[in-house]
Design a binder for this molecule. Structure first.
Ligand SMILES: O=C(CO)COP(=O)(O)O
Length: 151
């Protein structure tokens, strides 16, 4: 269940940080009603520029993407805004892919650019409880049980 007050993860690569800060500024009022989680440098900037309080993990290249991914798999993140840079290669590319993959596996709303983030944040579902469909995970778990019991 995604509750009315949501746990929102905010992450941006360096070239996209100005865009994310601008987006957060435009949406500061609504963001302040939710709980915010970030990778290290992104969070430090959001705190400094906007005065919003955030739960910060470590910097992305040091494992911050993995920490947010872990929180997603624990059901502790409801929405991911991740302005990643499609024009630069990153040393932690596997971690980035893993984060995007887990957001998809756990069927959480994911915005990778400003337009998508605008659509997400203005959704009426932001102000409502929302039941995520995780049927594919139940099916996966059932199939695994069959495999395990055969071996
Ligand atoms: O690298 C990142 C996401 O992949 C973001 O990390 P920082 O917020 O620490 O810059």
């Amino acid at each position: 269940m995604i509750k009315k007050t949501k746990n929102i993860a905010l992450v941006a690569h360096d070239s996209k940080k100005p865009k994310l800060i601008e987006w957060c500024r435009e949406n500061k009022e609504i963001l302040s009603k939710h709980s915010l989680f970030t990778t290290g440098t992104t969070g430090t900037l959001i705190e400094k520029e906007l005065g919003l309080s955030v739960t910060k993990y470590i910097s992305g290249p040091l494992g911050g993407d993995q920490q947010i991914g872990a929180k997603i798999s624990e059901g502790a993140i409801d929405l991911l805004i991740f302005f990643w840079d499609p024009l630069e290669s990153m040393p932690h590319d596997p971690d980035i892919k893993a984060l995007l993959r887990l957001a998809t596996v756990w069927n959480i709303p994911l915005a990778c650019n400003q337009t998508s983030a605008d659509f997400l944040i203005s959704s009426p579902l932001m102000a409502e409880d929302y039941q995520r469909d995780l049927e594919h995970l139940e099916r996966y778990k059932k199939d695994r049980k069959i495999l395990v019991s055969k071996s």
